[in-house]
Design a binder for this molecule. Structure first.
Ligand SMILES: Nc1nc(=O)c2c([nH]1)NC[C@@H]1CN(c3ccc(C(=O)N[C@@H](CCC(=O)O)C(=O)O)cc3)CN21
Ligand SMILES: O=c1ccn([C@H]2C[C@H](O)[C@@H](COP(=O)(O)O)O2)c(=O)[nH]1
Length: 338
């Protein structure tokens, strides 16, 4: 997918060196934006292999979001991708589904005079066993798309400001808006922080799937997926390997500016590997630059097709989703910065 390759190229060519809380440094670019027409096929990357176990992880992660669960006890049976951020009981601060499907509503005693809040009997409010009230943002969007498709208030928000100050990992993709134009359902996602090599390919796949699913439920055609990433970064390694980029980013960017043909990206990797200190033991592949240059050197293939069974957001399971006509270049391993 060309838009992804342009994102990779923009971050590497124009980004700045930026250390961060993980200890794995980054090359970071501010406010990247692109749009993907979902009518032109399903935007699963083809410049690296994303079917097989990676697809399994992405699809179970999506079903976990939809479940509204605040824990990963079921998810971790299927994939390890969230384990590093959860405790032994599977508790996890970053429970997207908890906010998508069960956003907290203030109790009566916490409501100020003059404020408007839905009653417990409103269709999107659930009174949980212990009396807590929660609001189902995603079901609200689906129902409103049928009744008032021209609404400009079709927002799902995973950000709770007070929670975010104490959460170990506040949501990265934190707010999305649906918008109908003609017979097309568009989705705009705002992401505060994006790991270009590992997180973003999953995020694109997940939100393209979600948009298609909701379009199907509400009788629209899937339209455009628009993605804004505020801090779009490429992890570039820990310790001496990461720091090397502080002094050599300009030289890397000069070489990238001279590339005329995609195969020439491989010569940039050769130069980099001959100049930069090797990654320390245990930190292998935390530098994502070589793997991303490899992807830039590969020609994108045709987009695959995604078929989703006609099931509600409450019933969707991985078996209801079928990826066909997917052909890709080989898999690339990247190390996760925790
Ligand atoms: N640094 C960082 N990057 C992320 O993308 C990220 C986080 N942290 N923290 C929370 C979640 C967890 N996510 C992750 C975590 C790991 C992979 C990952 O390792 N992906 C491998 C496949 C692993 C598998 O399926 O078992 C890949 O090659 O895509 C992907 C997304 C996205 N998020
Ligand atoms: O869906 C996701 C979840 C996480 N990420 C990445 C973005 C960052 O690299 C880290 C989070 O670190 P912060 O210091 O909290 O920004 O995880 C992603 O790309 N996509």
């Amino acid at each position: 997918m060309q838009q992804y390759l342009e994102l990779v190229d923009a971050a590497l060519s124009e980004g700045a060196y930026k250390p961060n809380r993980t200890g794995v440094d980054t090359i970071s670019s501010f406010s990247e934006h692109y749009e993907i027409d979902l009518q032109k096929g399903y935007p699963l990357l083809t410049t690296k292999k994303l079917d097989g176990f990676r697809w399994n992880s992405m699809i179970h992660e999506m079903c976990w979001y939809l479940s509204g669960d605040e824990h990963i006890r079921d998810l971790r049976e299927e994939t390890k991708i969230w384990n590093a951020w959860a405790d032994d009981e599977g508790h996890l601060d970053t429970a997207y589904g908890r906010f998508w499907r069960r956003y907290p509503v203030p109790e009566d005693s916490a409501q100020l005079p003059g404020e408007s809040w839905p009653d417990a009997d409103q269709q999107w409010v659930t009174e949980e066993a212990d009396g807590r009230r929660t609001f189902d943002q995603l079901q609200y969007v689906i129902d409103t798309l049928s009744d008032s498709p021209n609404s400009r208030r079709l927002i799902v928000n995973a950000w709770h400001p007070a929670n975010a100050t104490v959460s170990t990992l506040p949501p990265c993709h934190y707010s999305f808006v649906f918008n109908v134009q003609g017979n097309r359902l568009n989705c705009h996602l705002t992401q505060r922080s994006g790991d270009i090599a590992l997180g973003i390919p999953f995020n694109i796949a997940a939100y393209a799937l979600l948009t298609k699913l909701i379009a199907q439920q509400t009788g629209f055609e899937p339209g455009t997926f628009a993605h804004t990433v505020v801090d779009a970064h490429v992890y570039c390694g820990r310790g001496a390997r990461g720091e090397w980029y502080a002094d050599n980013l300009e030289a890397l960017q000069t070489r990238l500016a001279d590339v005329d043909d995609r195969e020439e990206y491989l010569a940039v990797t050769e130069w980099l590997e001959s100049e930069a200190p090797a990654e320390a033991e245990g930190d292998e592949r935390k530098d994502h630059v070589p793997g991303l240059l490899e992807q830039l050197s590969r020609e994108p293939l045709e987009r695959p097709t995604l078929e989703i069974a006609d099931v509600s957001i409450d019933d969707l399971s991985p078996d209801d989703v079928e990826l066909t006509e997917y052909d890709s270049h080989g898999g690339i391993k990247f190390g996760v910065a925790e």
